[in-house]
Ligand binder design. Structure first.
Ligand code: PA5
Length: 459
């Protein structure tokens, strides 16, 4: 089954005045989307949207698969070292397709594919705990950085390299690294060339948060046995659908347009992504970075725009955030995601002597319960006049996950055009990076005044 988006609950007949008049979908919103689609097509023609070429590049994917195979199953552990767009995709693929408990499975159950860890934050206690726990002599570190210079990633590389050199010696330490970086620029590429460390290339026109279908996401996926051609196949099918000129036939166009109009006209700048599937929890974090870093920007006219993406998980967040979604300010749209359960839906058995407080559960499955929770929350929001969308991913396999990635990437560039910002840059991240360099003593970078970062008033 292909991915479907149900937008009934975004429209006035379902949610009243908080919704969009369906007539507009064939009127002004179609016109607005047509302009956005033209702007995106022009950027693509100019070569800026490299992420749209990735699903077609089977040769590159086969190259990545060959590199993954060349490592064989000799490594017991694969650690992706990266941050932001260089980390979140790998985690989303791992949890989405292998499951969040992959690393706890036995070697046999994992068919001897390596455990897969993602090390992003340079938090010393996590880093120490992981490096102490793993058998480093059986561990491959895939250091991922598009720029090849991000302080967090490079510091982690230096720490890991130091540990390995002390353990196995300089020469053998090199055999524990694979880099994924820009084909020419950056310190990581220079180290790869100077020390003969193998390095996969991220196409220059593919930015971090749009790189999951490049070697950034494909290498860890291939190394753990994921069918990466199916991942790309699903993305290709979705890309085609997202090029349709009619708004109501274009899944990415519809997502972008309805979420943009909810923010800009209906006062709903908080865009919640709420999958009812543990395997998609990491996907929601990937979405959060994509939506936030791409759309939160200065406009050319000096304004400030950008929706706030909020990840949630059903049914867990029904006991945490849904109270706020139901009765708090009318400032949110919830995008639900449903997908079929993996494997056995787990029957709920009868309880001896159960009365009606428990008896109703027997004969159902946990999967049915989870889906009932999703449907009930959707309906409760609708009754409260609160709009929502539902993405039905069908069977959550490699094809579907590839489709979901491409859907949100395409929606992001359409939303960029609708908000009037460049979704591909992130100038707001730069000042913090420069001040970090200054604080860490990098020559040529200014550190903040003493006291400025710690404040002078505290209690
Ligand atoms: O999306 C982005 O561009 C960022 O989130 C980057 O992925 C992140 O800053 C890491 O950058 P790099 O891959 O250059 O180390």
């Amino acid at each position: 089954m292909s991915i479907r988006i149900d937008y009934t609950n975004m429209l006035t007949p379902a949610v009243g005045s908080g919704g969009v008049d369906p007539q507009r979908l064939g009127g002004d919103l179609q016109e607005r989307f047509a302009r956005a689609r033209d702007a995106v097509a022009a950027r693509r023609a100019g070569g800026a949207l490299g992420f749209l070429d990735l699903p077609h590049d089977l040769e590159a994917a086969r190259g990545v698969a060959a590199v993954a195979e060349s490592f064989g199953q000799w490594f017991e552990n694969l650690v992706v070292v990266g941050i932001g767009g260089s980390a979140l995709g790998a985690r989303a693929v791992r949890d989405g397709l292998l499951g969040p408990l992959w690393n706890q499975w036995s070697d046999e159950r994992r068919e001897h594919y390596p455990r897969l860890y993602v090390l992003d934050n340079p938090d010393p206690s996590t880093v120490r705990a992981l490096l102490d726990e793993l058998d480093l002599t059986r561990t491959l570190f895939n250091v991922v950085s598009k720029s090849g210079s991000t302080a967090e990633t490079m510091a982690l590389y230096l720490v890991i390299e130091g540990r390995l050199r002390a353990l196995v010696g300089d020469e053998a330490a090199r055999g524990h690294f694979l880099f994924t970086t820009d084909p020419e620029r950056g310190a990581l590429r220079a180290i790869a060339e100077a020390e003969g460390i193998p390095a996969l290339s991220i196409p220059p026109n593919v930015g971090g948060r749009f790189s999951v279908l490049s070697p950034v996401g494909l290498f860890p996926a291939a190394a753990t046995g994921v069918d990466i051609e199916a991942l790309l196949g699903g993305a290709r099918t979705m890309a085609e659908r997202c090029e349709a000129p009619a708004l109501t036939e274009n899944p990415a166009g519809l997502l972008a347009t309805l979420l943009h109009v909810a923010d800009s006209e209906y006062g709903r700048p908080i865009h919640v992504l709420m999958p009812y599937h543990d395997r998609l929890r990491a996907f929601a974090l990937w979405y959060q970075q994509l939506w936030a870093e791409s759309l939160g920007k200065h406009t050319p006219g000096g304004g400030h725009v950008g929706p706030t993406p909020l990840p949630a998980l059903g049914a867990v967040d029904q006991h945490a955030q849904v109270q706020l979604f139901m009765e708090g300010p009318h400032d949110k749209v919830v995008v639900f995601v449903r997908a079929e359960p993996h494997g056995d839906p787990v029957a709920i058995p009868d309880h001896r002597g159960a009365d009606e407080t428990l008896g109703y559960l027997a004969g159902h499955t946990l999967a049915e319960l989870l889906d009932a929770e999703r449907r009930a929350t959707t309906e409760a929001l609708r009754r409260g006049g609160r709009p929502s969308l539902t993405i039905d991913a069908g069977r959550l396999d490699a094809e579907a996950l590839g489709g979901l990635f491409l859907l949100w990437e395409y929606a992001t560039v359409y939303a960029g055009a609708l908000y009037g910002v460049d979704p591909l840059d992130q100038p707001g991240v730069e000042l913090g990076k420069r001040l970090t360099y200054g604080l860490m003593g990098r020559p040529g970078f200014e550190a903040p005044e003493p006291g400025a970062t710690d404040g002078t008033r505290a209690v």
